[in-house]
Design a protein around this ligand. Structure first.
Ligand code: CTP
Length: 475
């Protein structure tokens, strides 16, 4: 008989010795399971999260491990779930007792009973996530793989251990997870499984928005986010939480004039941008940059298809969307809004680059000018190679111009050369409307290039403008 391979090299981290020792002391069968084992076989460097399953009490095991560890870490206990967590060196370890579980129809909260390792593996999401390595002294490093997960890893396939209808209906978040893994790892979802997702799609509504967004962000961070988005769409999931995006799908034709399919265009832009940045929020901006096009779309006899003001409408929609999905309402949201709002500005510039337009762009985009340029270049999805080349060349000109203008005029973080106090002092004014009018006029004159961004020129301009307003210079 051939000896079974032991995967002890997966268990080099010192934490496993301690867990194994504690398990022996408590006479508990113990395994490492889930993402850690999957990623070991995939040779992914993603081994900071370790999931431990004990046939017995996970909480007691965690406490025993903590006592053995030199730093005696605190054990965080989650009574409702029967789980416990501790940190040691660079890893976060979660302990759970093996469970036989069935989920309540209307919530994620499971009805839990103690079970064997196999019961526990049965109720996990995917065969590739059900792989377990033994931490028991007698067979340390032994692989327990009842559903051929290792084979599925090699064939790059997402399958559920039980019938997919049961697995997804038990915990509908898994429908998102299946698609997330497919996008992240470049796996295929088994047909039977994919059909079950489409069938159970509406069950996603019982999942909290935070958890949906967590998966969505992982899809967004994957190498080609469109892979995940197209699967989400085909599985009828996407419109459940991002209807603004799916509303962009389709091509309409009037009088022989068509507009592009803005849904697939958007996904191309997200992929393009993902080649150039890891910035999750810039990826979000790419995803939302055209959402205002659905509500603003009109057909005009002479102009053809128009989407007037879609950037402004889109930026308002982005705010509502973030709010609805319980996403951060802080500077991240503001950044996305700003990118959506400004998303057409550099494109307009690419046909005619004037100094004043460039100054305005730098002024409005501020420190986000680089991100905006990256977004706008990603927005070039024309299939005509000549146009593609021309647009990119024009953008190169815009970039150069931005550099030139910025070096000369310093409008990026524009600080008005004349303060409100100075205006008040000069014209002997109490706080009043004219101060704002003068400040705005000075800013406009600088952006338009009428005067330089310089104290003396601005001061002289203020005197002239003040006089026109009927203000009298104090002595
Ligand atoms: N799991 C599950 N159903 C879920 C979530 C998790 O069955 N809805 C199981 C899987 O066995 C999974 C393990 O719990 O491998 C750990 O889950 P989690 O830490 O969320 O994900 P990982 O698989 O570790 O993957 P990643 O770290 O990429 O999120």
């Amino acid at each position: 008989m051939t000896k079974k391979k032991r995967y002890t090299d997966a268990l080099n981290h010192p934490i496993f010795e301690y867990i194994s020792q504690a398990a022996t002391d408590l006479e508990l069968e113990t395994y490492v399971i889930g993402g850690f084992v999957r990623d070991y076989f995939l040779k992914r460097n993603n081994q900071q999260d370790i999931d431990i399953v004990a046939v017995g009490s996970g909480i007691e095991l965690a406490q025993a491990v903590a006592k053995l560890l030199p730093n005696k870490p605190k054990v965080q206990i989650f009574k409702t779930y029967g789980t416990a967590m501790l940190r040691y060196k660079d890893v976060e370890v979660e302990f759970v007792g093996a469970r036989k579980e069935s989920y309540n129809e209307n919530s994620r909260n499971p009805v839990v009973e103690d079970g064997t390792l196999e019961d526990d593996q049965n109720r996990r999401d995917f065969t590739v996530n059900a792989l377990a390595l033994s931490l028991n002294k007698a067979d340390f490093g032994n692989l327990l793989d009842p559903f051929n997960g290792l084979q599925d890893l090699e064939s790059k396939i997402i399958k559920t251990p039980l019938s997919p209808d049961i697995t997804y209906s038990d915990d509908p978040l898994r429908m998102m997870r299946a698609i997330r893994f497919a996008a992240q790892l470049n796996f295929t979802i088994e047909k039977k499984s994919f059909d079950a997702i489409a069938k159970n799609a509406e069950r996603l509504d019982i999942i909290t928005r935070e958890r949906i967004v967590e998966e969505l962000n992982k899809i967004m961070s994957s190498p080609l986010p469109s892979v995940g988005f197209i699967l989400l769409h085909k599985a009828q999931l996407l419109s459940r939480f991002l209807p603004e995006l799916t509303n962009l799908e389709g091509v309409e034709e009037v009088d022989g004039q068509k507009h592009k399919d803005n849904f697939y265009h958007t996904l191309e832009v997200v992929d393009n941008i993902s080649n150039n940045t890891d910035n999750l929020w810039l990826r979000w901006a790419a995803l939302l940059h055209d959402i205002g096009k659905a509500p603003t779309k009109k057909f005009h006899q002479t102009l053809g298809w128009t989407f007037h003001g879609h950037e402004y409408v889109g930026s308002k929609m982005a705010y509502k969307l973030f709010k609805r999905l319980k996403m951060p309402m802080n500077e991240k949201m503001k950044f996305v809004q700003k990118m959506v709002l400004l998303s057409s500005r550099p494109i307009v510039l690419a046909t005619e680059v004037t100094d004043s337009a460039v100054r305005r762009l730098i002024f409005d985009a501020g420190n986000d000018i680089e991100s905006l340029m990256t977004l706008c270049e990603a927005d070039i999805t024309t299939k005509n190679p000549l146009k593609f080349k021309k647009y990119h060349q024009n953008f190169e000109l815009v970039r150069q111009k931005i550099k030139e203008v910025e070096e000369r005029d310093h409008v990026r973080n524009f600080q008005p050369p004349i303060s409100g106090e100075l205006i008040m002092e000069t014209f002997n004014l109490k706080p009043c409307r004219e101060i704002g009018v003068l400040k705005e006029a000075i800013k406009e004159a600088i952006l338009e290039g009428e005067i330089a961004n310089d104290y003396q020129e601005a001061y002289d301009f203020m005197l002239k403008k003040g006089e026109k307003l009927g203000l009298i210079k104090s002595k």
